[in-house]
Design a protein around this ligand. Structure first.
Ligand SMILES: C[S@@+](CC[C@H](N)C(=O)[O-])C[C@H]1O[C@@H](n2cnc3c(N)ncnc32)[C@H](O)[C@@H]1O
Length: 159
C-alpha cells in the first residue's frame, strides 16, 4: 500500500518500485498488485536480489524475529546497497516507560510466540549499528500508539 501511495503522490517518480516478500506470498498476491509495481520473491535471510536500490524500505518487519536473525536480514540488505542507498525502517517503537496496553500485549506476544520483541528506539538504533549501519535521522509521527510511529533512515557504514 505504501508503494501504491508513493506512486499516486509522485506519478512521475523515476526508477522502479519493487515489492519483495517470500516467493509463496508473492505468488499468491501478484495478481492484485498494479502493473507499475514489480514483484520479486525472496527470503530476507538470503542474498538480496536487488542491488544498489536508492532505498530499501522495511515496514513492520523484524519485530517478529530475535536480534540474531534480524541482524542477518539487515546485513543482507547492507551487502546489496550502493554508496548512495538508504535503508528505511518504518516501525512502531516502544517508549522506555508508559507503553500502551496494546503495545505491551504485542511485545508479550512476540516474546512468547517468536522469542522476538517490540523494540524501543534505542534497541532499533543498537541493532542497526550492530548490523553495520549509521542512523542519520529518526522521523517521528505525532502519535505513540498503534501503527508505525518511527521511520529510521540509515546508511551503510564503510566496514
Ligand atoms: C507483518 S508483515 C508486514 C508486511 C508489510 N511490510 C506491511 O507493512 O504491511 C511481515 C511480512 O514479512 C514477510 N516475511 C516473513 N518472513 C520472511 C522472510 N524470511 N523473507 C521475506 N519476507 C518474509 C511476511 O510474508 C509478511 O508479508
Amino acid at each position: 500500500h505504501d508503494l501504491i501511495g508513493l506512486k499516486r503522490k509522485f506519478p512521475n517518480l523515476p526508477g522502479r518500485l519493487v515489492l519483495e516478500d517470500l516467493p509463496d506470498i508473492i505468488e499468491y498476491t501478484k495478481e492484485s498488485i498494479e502493473d507499475s509495481i514489480e514483484v520479486v520473491g525472496y527470503n530476507i535471510f538470503t542474498e538480496q536480489p536487488l542491488k544498489g536500490a536508492k532505498a530499501y524500505y522495511l515496514r513492520t518487519m523484524l519485530y517478529d524475529w530475535p536480534d540474531k536473525q534480524s541482524l542477518l536480514a539487515l546485513v543482507r540488505v547492507r551487502e546489496a546497497m550502493a554508496n548512495d542507498s538508504v535503508l528505511l525502517i518504518n516501525k512502531n517503537t516502544l517508549p522506555k516507560v508508559g507503553a500502551s496496553s496494546f503495545s505491551v500485549s504485542l511485545d508479550i506476544n512476540m516474546i512468547n510466540i517468536f522469542a522476538a520483541l517490540e523494540r524501543t528506539e534505542k534497541q532499533w538504533v543498537d541493532l542497526l549499528e550492530r548490523a553495520g549501519f549509521r542512523v542519520v535521522k529518526i522521523w517521528r509521527a505525532d502519535y505513540n500508539d498503534v501503527g508505525s510511529n518511527a521511520l529510521f533512515e540509515a546508511v551503510a557504514c564503510q566496514l
